[in-house]
Design a protein around this ligand. Structure first.
Ligand code: GLU
Length: 300
Protein backbone atom coordinates (compact mmCIF):
# COMPACT_ATOMS: atom_id res chain seq x y z
CA UNK A 1 0.00 0.00 0.00
CA UNK A 2 1.32 3.41 -0.83
CA UNK A 3 1.27 6.07 1.82
CA UNK A 4 -1.48 8.57 1.34
CA UNK A 5 -1.69 11.51 3.69
CA UNK A 6 -5.05 12.92 2.58
CA UNK A 7 -7.08 13.08 5.81
CA UNK A 8 -10.85 13.34 5.85
CA UNK A 9 -11.31 10.78 3.10
CA UNK A 10 -14.36 8.54 3.01
CA UNK A 11 -13.73 4.93 1.95
CA UNK A 12 -16.06 1.99 1.59
CA UNK A 13 -16.35 -1.73 1.09
CA UNK A 14 -19.37 -2.64 -1.05
CA UNK A 15 -20.01 -6.38 -1.23
CA UNK A 16 -22.97 -8.03 -2.96
CA UNK A 17 -24.73 -10.58 -0.76
CA UNK A 18 -24.95 -13.22 -3.46
CA UNK A 19 -22.53 -15.71 -1.93
CA UNK A 20 -20.29 -16.31 1.08
CA UNK A 21 -17.27 -14.06 1.52
CA UNK A 22 -13.87 -15.50 0.65
CA UNK A 23 -10.25 -14.41 1.08
CA UNK A 24 -10.55 -11.99 -1.84
CA UNK A 25 -13.33 -10.11 -0.05
CA UNK A 26 -11.36 -10.17 3.20
CA UNK A 27 -8.44 -8.55 1.40
CA UNK A 28 -10.61 -5.88 -0.20
CA UNK A 29 -12.45 -5.08 3.03
CA UNK A 30 -9.26 -4.96 5.11
CA UNK A 31 -7.54 -2.91 2.42
CA UNK A 32 -10.18 -0.15 2.64
CA UNK A 33 -10.50 -0.38 6.43
CA UNK A 34 -6.76 -0.22 7.10
CA UNK A 35 -6.22 2.57 4.62
CA UNK A 36 -9.04 4.62 6.18
CA UNK A 37 -7.42 4.12 9.58
CA UNK A 38 -3.99 5.04 8.31
CA UNK A 39 -5.05 8.27 6.65
CA UNK A 40 -7.55 9.29 9.30
CA UNK A 41 -10.52 8.69 7.04
CA UNK A 42 -13.97 7.16 7.55
CA UNK A 43 -14.90 3.63 6.59
CA UNK A 44 -18.36 2.69 5.33
CA UNK A 45 -19.95 -0.63 4.48
CA UNK A 46 -22.53 -0.77 1.71
CA UNK A 47 -24.67 -3.74 0.75
CA UNK A 48 -25.08 -3.95 -3.02
CA UNK A 49 -28.23 -6.00 -3.23
CA UNK A 50 -30.03 -4.83 -6.36
CA UNK A 51 -30.04 -8.34 -7.83
CA UNK A 52 -33.16 -9.66 -6.15
CA UNK A 53 -32.79 -13.05 -7.76
CA UNK A 54 -29.31 -13.77 -6.46
CA UNK A 55 -29.04 -11.84 -3.19
CA UNK A 56 -30.09 -13.61 0.01
CA UNK A 57 -30.53 -12.38 3.57
CA UNK A 58 -28.38 -15.18 4.98
CA UNK A 59 -25.47 -13.99 2.82
CA UNK A 60 -26.01 -10.45 4.10
CA UNK A 61 -26.06 -11.63 7.73
CA UNK A 62 -22.86 -13.58 7.05
CA UNK A 63 -21.19 -10.43 5.69
CA UNK A 64 -21.79 -8.59 8.98
CA UNK A 65 -20.66 -11.58 10.99
CA UNK A 66 -17.53 -12.33 8.95
CA UNK A 67 -16.40 -8.70 8.81
CA UNK A 68 -16.92 -8.22 12.55
CA UNK A 69 -14.92 -11.42 13.13
CA UNK A 70 -12.14 -9.93 11.01
CA UNK A 71 -12.11 -6.96 13.38
CA UNK A 72 -13.70 -4.40 11.07
CA UNK A 73 -15.89 -1.60 12.36
CA UNK A 74 -18.17 0.47 10.17
CA UNK A 75 -20.59 3.32 10.54
CA UNK A 76 -24.31 2.90 11.09
CA UNK A 77 -26.67 2.78 9.32
CA UNK A 78 -25.38 0.54 6.56
CA UNK A 79 -26.72 1.62 3.18
CA UNK A 80 -28.61 -1.19 1.45
CA UNK A 81 -29.14 -0.49 -2.21
CA UNK A 82 -32.46 -2.32 -2.36
CA UNK A 83 -33.92 0.42 -0.14
CA UNK A 84 -33.01 3.19 -2.57
CA UNK A 85 -34.51 2.30 -5.94
CA UNK A 86 -36.43 5.60 -6.05
CA UNK A 87 -33.14 7.52 -5.89
CA UNK A 88 -31.60 5.53 -8.73
CA UNK A 89 -34.76 6.08 -10.73
CA UNK A 90 -34.16 9.82 -10.46
CA UNK A 91 -30.70 9.36 -11.98
CA UNK A 92 -32.18 7.28 -14.78
CA UNK A 93 -34.83 9.95 -15.38
CA UNK A 94 -32.12 12.57 -15.73
CA UNK A 95 -30.33 10.45 -18.35
CA UNK A 96 -33.63 9.96 -20.16
CA UNK A 97 -34.24 13.71 -20.18
CA UNK A 98 -30.77 14.14 -21.65
CA UNK A 99 -31.78 11.62 -24.35
CA UNK A 100 -28.74 9.47 -23.64
CA UNK A 101 -30.53 6.18 -22.93
CA UNK A 102 -32.91 4.03 -24.93
CA UNK A 103 -35.16 1.11 -24.04
CA UNK A 104 -33.92 -2.33 -25.04
CA UNK A 105 -36.36 -5.22 -25.23
CA UNK A 106 -33.87 -7.77 -26.52
CA UNK A 107 -33.48 -11.01 -24.64
CA UNK A 108 -30.12 -12.72 -24.24
CA UNK A 109 -31.19 -15.15 -26.95
CA UNK A 110 -32.17 -12.35 -29.35
CA UNK A 111 -28.81 -10.68 -28.81
CA UNK A 112 -27.04 -13.97 -29.53
CA UNK A 113 -29.19 -14.50 -32.65
CA UNK A 114 -28.41 -10.99 -33.91
CA UNK A 115 -24.70 -11.67 -33.58
CA UNK A 116 -25.04 -14.97 -35.45
CA UNK A 117 -27.13 -13.23 -38.13
CA UNK A 118 -24.35 -10.67 -38.65
CA UNK A 119 -22.28 -13.43 -40.22
CA UNK A 120 -19.34 -12.68 -37.95
CA UNK A 121 -18.28 -15.86 -36.11
CA UNK A 122 -19.15 -15.60 -32.42
CA UNK A 123 -15.52 -16.05 -31.40
CA UNK A 124 -14.60 -13.00 -33.49
CA UNK A 125 -17.37 -10.78 -32.17
CA UNK A 126 -15.88 -8.00 -29.97
CA UNK A 127 -16.26 -8.39 -26.24
CA UNK A 128 -16.17 -5.84 -23.44
CA UNK A 129 -13.44 -5.86 -20.74
CA UNK A 130 -15.54 -8.34 -18.72
CA UNK A 131 -15.67 -10.72 -21.66
CA UNK A 132 -19.34 -10.14 -22.56
CA UNK A 133 -20.17 -9.72 -26.27
CA UNK A 134 -20.76 -6.09 -27.22
CA UNK A 135 -24.41 -5.22 -27.75
CA UNK A 136 -25.20 -5.51 -31.47
CA UNK A 137 -27.57 -2.53 -31.39
CA UNK A 138 -30.89 -4.30 -32.02
CA UNK A 139 -33.16 -1.72 -30.38
CA UNK A 140 -30.88 1.26 -30.86
CA UNK A 141 -32.18 2.34 -34.23
CA UNK A 142 -35.73 1.07 -33.81
CA UNK A 143 -38.29 3.71 -34.75
CA UNK A 144 -39.93 5.34 -31.72
CA UNK A 145 -43.36 4.00 -32.83
CA UNK A 146 -42.10 0.42 -32.73
CA UNK A 147 -40.58 0.95 -29.30
CA UNK A 148 -43.89 2.37 -28.08
CA UNK A 149 -45.75 -0.62 -29.51
CA UNK A 150 -43.48 -3.03 -27.67
CA UNK A 151 -44.02 -1.10 -24.45
CA UNK A 152 -47.79 -1.28 -24.93
CA UNK A 153 -47.53 -5.01 -25.53
CA UNK A 154 -46.11 -5.15 -22.03
CA UNK A 155 -42.73 -6.52 -23.00
CA UNK A 156 -40.10 -5.92 -20.36
CA UNK A 157 -37.16 -3.72 -21.23
CA UNK A 158 -33.86 -2.51 -19.92
CA UNK A 159 -32.38 0.96 -20.51
CA UNK A 160 -29.09 1.15 -22.34
CA UNK A 161 -26.69 4.07 -22.41
CA UNK A 162 -25.88 5.30 -25.91
CA UNK A 163 -22.19 5.24 -25.12
CA UNK A 164 -20.91 7.27 -28.02
CA UNK A 165 -23.40 10.04 -27.42
CA UNK A 166 -22.86 9.84 -23.65
CA UNK A 167 -19.10 10.15 -24.03
CA UNK A 168 -19.47 13.15 -26.34
CA UNK A 169 -21.89 14.85 -23.99
CA UNK A 170 -19.65 14.16 -20.99
CA UNK A 171 -16.71 15.69 -22.85
CA UNK A 172 -18.80 18.71 -23.72
CA UNK A 173 -19.88 19.20 -20.08
CA UNK A 174 -16.34 18.55 -18.87
CA UNK A 175 -14.81 20.92 -21.40
CA UNK A 176 -12.44 18.20 -22.62
CA UNK A 177 -11.63 14.49 -22.31
CA UNK A 178 -12.87 12.77 -19.15
CA UNK A 179 -10.10 11.45 -16.91
CA UNK A 180 -9.67 10.08 -13.42
CA UNK A 181 -6.97 9.73 -10.81
CA UNK A 182 -5.74 6.20 -10.18
CA UNK A 183 -3.72 5.92 -6.99
CA UNK A 184 -3.29 2.17 -7.19
CA UNK A 185 -2.64 0.37 -10.40
CA UNK A 186 -4.62 -0.06 -13.59
CA UNK A 187 -4.86 -3.44 -15.28
CA UNK A 188 -2.08 -2.19 -17.57
CA UNK A 189 0.10 -1.35 -14.59
CA UNK A 190 -0.09 2.43 -14.83
CA UNK A 191 -1.45 5.06 -12.46
CA UNK A 192 -1.91 8.81 -12.11
CA UNK A 193 -4.23 10.79 -14.35
CA UNK A 194 -5.76 8.32 -16.80
CA UNK A 195 -8.19 8.78 -19.71
CA UNK A 196 -11.49 6.90 -19.82
CA UNK A 197 -12.28 4.41 -22.58
CA UNK A 198 -15.99 3.69 -22.08
CA UNK A 199 -16.41 2.74 -25.73
CA UNK A 200 -14.80 -0.59 -24.79
CA UNK A 201 -18.12 -1.50 -23.16
CA UNK A 202 -20.46 -0.39 -25.92
CA UNK A 203 -24.03 0.49 -24.95
CA UNK A 204 -24.16 -0.90 -21.41
CA UNK A 205 -27.36 -1.58 -19.50
CA UNK A 206 -27.90 1.31 -17.13
CA UNK A 207 -31.21 0.03 -15.73
CA UNK A 208 -32.05 -3.66 -15.78
CA UNK A 209 -35.38 -5.13 -16.79
CA UNK A 210 -36.35 -5.97 -13.20
CA UNK A 211 -35.10 -2.91 -11.30
CA UNK A 212 -34.64 0.77 -12.27
CA UNK A 213 -30.87 0.62 -11.94
CA UNK A 214 -27.77 -1.43 -12.67
CA UNK A 215 -24.51 -1.98 -10.82
CA UNK A 216 -22.99 0.98 -12.71
CA UNK A 217 -25.72 3.51 -11.94
CA UNK A 218 -26.22 2.44 -8.31
CA UNK A 219 -22.52 2.37 -7.44
CA UNK A 220 -21.92 5.78 -9.02
CA UNK A 221 -24.87 7.44 -7.33
CA UNK A 222 -24.15 5.83 -3.96
CA UNK A 223 -20.50 6.81 -3.89
CA UNK A 224 -21.65 10.39 -4.44
CA UNK A 225 -24.59 10.24 -2.03
CA UNK A 226 -22.37 8.79 0.70
CA UNK A 227 -19.59 11.30 0.09
CA UNK A 228 -17.04 8.62 -0.84
CA UNK A 229 -13.83 10.39 -1.85
CA UNK A 230 -11.52 7.40 -2.34
CA UNK A 231 -12.91 4.32 -4.04
CA UNK A 232 -10.83 1.24 -3.28
CA UNK A 233 -11.70 -2.05 -4.97
CA UNK A 234 -10.22 -4.92 -6.94
CA UNK A 235 -8.53 -4.47 -10.29
CA UNK A 236 -11.28 -6.54 -11.90
CA UNK A 237 -13.43 -3.41 -11.58
CA UNK A 238 -10.82 -1.07 -13.01
CA UNK A 239 -12.41 -0.82 -16.49
CA UNK A 240 -15.86 -0.18 -14.97
CA UNK A 241 -14.41 3.11 -13.71
CA UNK A 242 -14.59 4.38 -17.31
CA UNK A 243 -18.37 4.08 -17.20
CA UNK A 244 -18.62 5.46 -13.67
CA UNK A 245 -16.66 8.58 -14.57
CA UNK A 246 -18.90 9.23 -17.59
CA UNK A 247 -21.99 8.89 -15.37
CA UNK A 248 -20.49 11.20 -12.73
CA UNK A 249 -19.94 13.93 -15.30
CA UNK A 250 -23.38 13.48 -16.88
CA UNK A 251 -25.18 13.52 -13.53
CA UNK A 252 -23.09 16.36 -12.08
CA UNK A 253 -21.67 14.18 -9.29
CA UNK A 254 -18.35 14.80 -7.53
CA UNK A 255 -15.26 12.91 -8.70
CA UNK A 256 -13.67 10.53 -6.21
CA UNK A 257 -10.10 9.25 -6.49
CA UNK A 258 -9.60 5.56 -7.23
CA UNK A 259 -7.27 2.94 -5.86
CA UNK A 260 -7.62 -0.44 -7.56
CA UNK A 261 -5.79 -3.21 -5.77
CA UNK A 262 -4.49 -6.57 -6.94
CA UNK A 263 -6.63 -9.68 -6.61
CA UNK A 264 -6.09 -12.60 -4.28
CA UNK A 265 -5.40 -15.71 -6.34
CA UNK A 266 -5.39 -19.36 -5.47
CA UNK A 267 -2.27 -21.48 -5.69
CA UNK A 268 -2.87 -22.14 -9.37
CA UNK A 269 -2.99 -18.36 -9.97
CA UNK A 270 -6.74 -18.33 -10.57
CA UNK A 271 -8.92 -15.51 -9.28
CA UNK A 272 -11.07 -16.58 -6.35
CA UNK A 273 -14.73 -16.92 -7.08
CA UNK A 274 -17.75 -17.21 -4.85
CA UNK A 275 -17.54 -20.94 -5.26
CA UNK A 276 -13.92 -21.12 -4.07
CA UNK A 277 -15.01 -22.95 -0.97
CA UNK A 278 -11.59 -23.73 0.39
CA UNK A 279 -10.94 -20.00 0.54
CA UNK A 280 -14.30 -19.16 2.14
CA UNK A 281 -14.03 -17.23 5.39
CA UNK A 282 -16.60 -19.48 7.08
CA UNK A 283 -14.71 -22.61 6.11
CA UNK A 284 -11.40 -21.16 7.23
CA UNK A 285 -12.97 -20.12 10.52
CA UNK A 286 -14.48 -23.52 11.20
CA UNK A 287 -11.14 -25.08 10.29
CA UNK A 288 -9.76 -23.19 13.29
CA UNK A 289 -8.12 -20.21 11.56
CA UNK A 290 -8.13 -16.92 13.46
CA UNK A 291 -8.71 -13.48 12.00
CA UNK A 292 -4.98 -12.82 12.50
CA UNK A 293 -4.32 -15.87 10.28
CA UNK A 294 -6.58 -14.39 7.60
CA UNK A 295 -4.72 -11.06 7.73
CA UNK A 296 -1.46 -12.92 7.35
CA UNK A 297 -2.81 -14.98 4.47
CA UNK A 298 -3.83 -11.86 2.51
CA UNK A 299 -0.72 -9.96 3.56
CA UNK A 300 -2.42 -7.13 5.48
N1 GLU B 1 -20.57 -4.88 -5.33
C1 GLU B 1 -19.39 -5.07 -6.12
C2 GLU B 1 -18.88 -6.49 -5.93
O1 GLU B 1 -19.22 -7.14 -4.97
C3 GLU B 1 -18.28 -4.11 -5.78
C4 GLU B 1 -18.61 -2.72 -6.15
C5 GLU B 1 -17.48 -1.71 -6.06
O2 GLU B 1 -16.61 -1.82 -5.20
O3 GLU B 1 -17.51 -0.78 -6.84
O4 GLU B 1 -18.12 -6.94 -6.77
Amino acid sequence: MQDDQSGGDVLRFAPSPNGWLHLGHAYSALFAFEMAKRIGGRFLLRIEDIDKGRCRSEYEEAIYEDLAWLGLEWEDPVRRQSEHFAEYERGLKRLREMDLVYPCFATRKEIQDAIVASGIPLQNWPTDPDGAPLYPGICKDMPKERLNELMWEGRTYAWRLDMEKAKQEAERINGGPVTFVEEGESTRGDHGLLPVEPQLFGDVVIARKDVPTSYHLAVTMDDALQGVTLVTRGQDLFPATYIHRILQVLLGLPEPRYHHHGLVRDEAGRRLSKSAEDMGLRELRSAGRSSADIRRMVGL
